[in-house]
Design a protein around this ligand. Structure first.
Ligand SMILES: Nc1nc2c(ncn2[C@@H]2O[C@H](COP(=O)(O)OP(=O)(O)OP(=O)(O)O)[C@@H](O)[C@H]2O)c(=O)[nH]1
Length: 516
């Protein structure tokens, strides 16, 4: 059978046998009458969370200053009127509750460069900032570059009129900062002459830039040190370089914990001065300005361009950062795989996490909100922990860091795991393993206010196991629940509220538990 396709004539049998045109063949295939379609992306809950990310940020370069002289019919050799170049854009990290993890980020981000200055004293445009949205709970570790600066937003009405963003004294650009001069006396003189203004944000407000908390490797406790998850590198050289970088890493240089919080991770370069600026600066200062040739400026017998030089924009700063996500929740559900944590989160909140009768259904922490009249509590369902999780068994230690920030721990135990000949471990043993895993990850982590959720109380024989659990684990409230049927949920909610409020304070101690 022959088929006409546009101007060509195709033989059906030849098409079927041809492996080069599978899409075309699928149109005529007897096995499938649906055309080939791209499969949908897996839902968020089923995708693996990217909670560590290497970011290379570069601020935009400053625009070059302009060399120009005023010309008109009356004035043939006018004054210099070349404007300064614009400042390069910054790379800014902003905390956003709508971002879950780092999966939407690019590894290399460069902000836009500033526009060049032009004649008639026109200053170049400021390079556009690159704003990268990161999840709430992002911790920044610095591998290379400057410590990020926190940006505080002020409305322009709060400002003194003299602080209006972008204000320059005597037309001298910000690039001529005193700090760039070698001679300290001269630097002081220049500092008194030059005023470094605040930079303005796009909303007309002013950005006050504060240095972030600095904490070096030596300063951090060894337990708190995050460990890099293994990556697939082909070359050994790359691995070695990365190891060296990791050793030099400055941990926790900044944290983004509130919506709208911003840090500048790479500053834009200052714009170069136009020749209008050098015409207003005394000759002795011109000789030490960056980008201006020392020998040319003082000579009397020089051309206009040499007498009133312009300078080039400075390059933007560069930094390499390791971003790490530590979820922030009031309560964390900690339990073995299949204990029913996700089902429980669905029962106490409106969250809809994936539930499955197999281990490790949960691949990322799920968050749910528990709303009371006077309080709202965030609850995190953390992927299941197994014995040896701190040594990277199961889903590994990657998720233990999400527990670090929670106020209250709710240990979810499966009452039915060892019933009816099942090969699971009894709930008190589950509890012991969970406590040990938390302690191996960070000493004292299990000592937070805690309660126990004894789940699957609906199963045959679970009541006896619950009574045995109560006998063996004294000192903390134990809530028997059936997450599937939503039984015991109201009491659990009240218990969680009391612990978060601080009305109740109970802590688990492995020494007080009766173990075999
Ligand atoms: N009988 C009974 N089964 C339950 C109960 N709660 C949860 N299950 C079942 O236990 C299985 C595991 O539930 P999940 O909520 O996925 O458990 P999980 O702890 O989130 O598991 P991971 O994602 O592996 O950490 C599912 O088949 C649930 O239907 C309960 O109260 N009673």
């Amino acid at each position: 059978m022959w088929i006409r396709c546009g101007k060509s004539l195709w033989h059906l049998e030849a098409l079927r046998q041809s492996s080069k045109s599978p899409c075309l063949f699928s149109l005529f295939s007897p096995y499938s009458d649906t055309p080939h379609r791209k499969s949908k992306l897996a839902p968020l809950q089923e995708r693996k969370m990217i909670d560590r990310f290497r970011l290379n940020a570069k601020g935009g370069d400053g625009g070059h200053g302009c060399s120009s002289f005023r010309r008109s019919r009356q004035v043939r050799r006018g004054r210099p009127d070349g404007g300064s170049g614009g400042r390069g854009g910054d790379v800014i990290l902003e905390c956003s509750p709508t971002v879950w993890d780092f999966s939407g980020l690019q590894h290399h981000i460069t902000a836009n460069r500033g526009g060049p200055g032009s004649s008639k004293n026109m200053i170049g445009t400021r390079g556009e900032d690159k704003v990268v949205y990161v999840p709430v709970g992002t911790v920044i570790h610095l591998i290379k570059g400057e410590i990020p600066s926190i940006v505080k937003n002020h409305s322009s009405t709060d400002l003194d009129p003299w602080e209006i963003p972008g204000t320059l004294v005597d037309g001298i650009s910000e690039s001529n900062q005193a700090s760039t001069y070698n001679d300290p006396n001269m630097a002081a003189e220049v500092e008194s002459l030059l005023h470094t203004g605040c930079s303005s944000d796009q909303n007309g407000g002013t950005l006050e830039i504060l240095p972030c908390r600095k904490q070096t490797t030596q300063g951090a406790s060894t337990n708190a040190l995050p460990q890099l998850s293994p990556r697939n590198h082909t070359s050994k050289v790359c691995k070695k370089e990365e190891m060296e970088e990791t050793e030099q890493m400055q941990y926790n240089v900044a944290e983004l914990t509130e919506q709208g919080q911003r840090v500048i991770v790479a500053q834009g370069g200052e714009g170069g001065s136009g020749n209008v600026c050098t015409s207003r600066v005394p000759n002795k200062l011109k000789s030490i300005m960056p980008g201006v040739d020392k020998d040319k400026t003082i000579d009397v017998e020089v051309s206009d361009d040499d007498q009133y030089p312009r300078s080039e924009g400075l390059p933007g700063s560069e930094s390499i950062l390791e971003l790490e996500l530590k979820s922030i929740a009031d309560v964390s559900f900690v339990g073995m795989p299949n204990a029913g944590k996700s089902t429980l989160l669905g029962a106490i909140s409106r969250a809809k996490p994936s539930v499955g009768h197999y281990a490790f259904t949960t691949l990322r922490p799920n968050l749910g909100n528990l709303n009371f009249d006077d309080l709202s509590i965030t609850v995190a369902d953390v992927p299941g922990l197994i014995k040896g999780a701190h040594e990277n068994r199961g889903l590994g230690h990657a998720f233990l860091r999400h527990i670090e920030r929670t106020k209250v721990l709710a240990y979810v135990l499966d009452l039915a795991s060892a019933l009816d000949g099942r090969k699971g471990i009894p709930p008190w043993e589950q509890l012991k393993d969970l406590i040990l895993e938390l302690e191996y990850h960070q000493e004292g982590l299990s000592g937070r206010p805690s309660l126990i959720v004894a789940n699957k109380v609906d199963e045959n024989g679970a009541e006896e196991v619950y009574r045995e659990l109560k006998r063996r684990v004294p000192g903390v409230p134990i809530f028997p629940v059936c997450a599937v049927l939503e039984e015991g949920i109201a009491e659990l909610k009240t218990g969680l509220k009391g612990l978060v409020n601080g009305e109740i304070s109970c802590r688990l101690s492995i020494d007080e538990m009766l173990l075999d």
